[in-house]
Write a protein that binds this ligand. Structure first.
Ligand code: CA
Length: 223
């Protein structure tokens, strides 16, 4: 999963990036409205954290422009505590949720997880695929109740596939959603991580769809 943080306060920006990285996201950051707008316009994010008070272009205009351009990614806005009118304006401009500053990072992360789940069609915090279970709140993966230890990149990859189970995910899509903007992207590394996941997870659950990408096994797959 890939996140964008648009926040001009350098300390808060750093804290947000650190918390989201710890939670398993590939995170890009912007410190002003123009930079933020450009990234949101050109990169496919699974969640965006958007401060409203920004230099160069305010958060509200930025959000309106994204929505006008039909960008549908979930956006959580950060507002000042006493400005109820900001929250209303933000939701009306197309925000999916808001948090008033100061906030607890745990609350932000819970809201982020909820938005990411909802955007991929999952209402529950646990996503199941046959015997495989992903607990999005603890970032834990288990097979038949046994915890599977994954590195952060393996987790990102599996979490993306599980959020989008039931459809084929291309290698390009995986590359775009698993790495930060500055990362030296090479789609061959996806194959390497798929190989590692297959060795760690029993039961041939990750299927290759030749020429298209990968998908998780469904119940009606032939054994
Ligand atoms: Ca600000």
């Amino acid at each position: 999963m890939r996140a964008l943080v648009v926040e001009d306060d350098p300390d808060l920006n750093r804290q947000l990036v650190a918390a989201l990285t710890d939670a398993g996201f590939a995170v890009d950051k912007a410190f002003d409205g123009e930079e933020g707008y450009f990234l949101g316009e050109t990169e496919p994010y699974d969640i965006i954290i958007l401060d409203l008070g920004l230099p160069k272009m305010d958060g509200l205009s930025l959000l309106e422009q994204w929505r006008r351009a039909d960008k549908k990614m979930p956006v959580i806005i950060l507002t000042a505590r006493d400005r109820w009118s900001d929250k209303v304006a933000g939701m009306d401009a197309g925000a999916d949720d808001y948090l008033a500053k100061p906030f607890h990072m745990e609350e932000l992360l819970a809201r982020v997880r909820a938005q990411v789940r909802r955007a991929s069609g999952h209402a529950k915090s646990e996503i199941e695929c046959g015997p495989l279970r992903l607990d999005t709140t603890t970032a834990r993966v288990a097979y038949d109740g046994q915890t599977i230890k994954l590195t952060s990149h393996e987790y990102r990859l599996l979490a993306y596939l599980m959020h989008h189970n039931g459809r084929v995910v291309s290698r390009t899509e995986l590359v775009e959603h698993l790495y930060e903007q500055d990362f030296d992207r090479d789609s061959n590394t996806i194959e390497v991580f798929i190989g590692r996941l297959r060795r760690k997870i029993p039961g041939d659950l990750i299927k290759t769809v030749r020429g298209l990408g990968y998908r998780l096994a469904q119940e009606d797959d032939a054994p």
